[in-house]
Design a protein around this ligand. Sequence first.
Ligand code: COA
Length: 329
Amino acid sequence: MSFQSYISGTGSYLPERILTNADLEKMVETNDAWIFERTGIVSRHIAAPTEATSDMAYGASMQALTAAGITAKDLDAIIVGTITGDQIMPSVACLLQARLGCRSIMAFDLAAACSGFLYGASVADQFIKSGMFRHILVIGAETLSRIVDYTDRQTCILFGDAAGAAVVSRVAAGNSSRIYSSHLGSNGALGDLLSIRGGGSRTPFSQEVLDQKLHLVHMKGREVFKSAVRSICDRAQEAMTANGMKVEDVDWFVVHQANQRIMEAVGQLLNVPVEKQLHNIRETGNTSSASIPVLFNESVRSNKIKRGDTVLMASFGGGLTSGAMLIKY
Ligand code: COA
């Protein structure tokens, strides 16, 4: 017996508070024109002080469950891609398992930074294809505002908070929607380009960690930029080649919203017409693992991505990690 999987429903959550470029001008030496020209970002959403990653993930999950036409009791597993869990233990996935009222199912977080959603969706795909599970909730959720240094103008302009969710389900007879394949990669040798060094087992929390801001994101922007373009293109090309497809066969490209110029460079290198490239970075900034599922969900709800469309998702992030997934929605 062979099984296929597909995305049966999606959801997203953006916190209410908006941080604009004008707000950032009052916080660091920067200006709206510079930020927009170099990144394409105008504003980003920031979680309320009482809001944590699992709260946003819950909002996105409820929408995704409704869209998939199932309840939390139908879920066989929860996978959350995040690097900003509510706390080190328990995982966001376990917090959600309780809050959603699921059965005693498999639930875990995975750490693949901005590629977390595609890594999670790929794991879900395998569990469905093996015949073991029918419905898996996959989430990308980040409260990056808690790990961003708001005195570092190179990084604080980029990031925002959000959660995106998708239910990955077993395909029933007669349904042609499916996940064709996923292609994941990593390059740990370049891990230092984008890192949070303090607060782990190598350099546990201490006054020194706080003083040196080692618990916050450090980034070598230019090098990250180059590596991002290369790996997104490589993974996306692998996905098309593996399925005998060309750019013409893909209806929509959903690329991790890291920087408008990264997406433009990817679009040029792969020869993707601009009308096939979906974006929301202008209003969200880079939301790491939430970026792809949020953009995907918004595009479904605004009637751009429709059932039957072929969609290529591709990501890049800290690790360094990268991934692509080709689907028929
Ligand atoms: N406002 C104004 N000036 C700024 C600035 C800001 N927010 N940030 C940096 N600058 C200045 C720099 O100090 C530098 O000044 P100098 O020429 O006097 O030294 C100049 O602008 C150019 O800096 P540089 O870092 O080379 O700019 P850039 O074109 O590479 O853009 C990023 C910086 C961060 C926007 C860009 O490198 C980037 O987006 N990289 C990828 C980051 C990313 O996607 N990370 C997440 C991956 S998942």
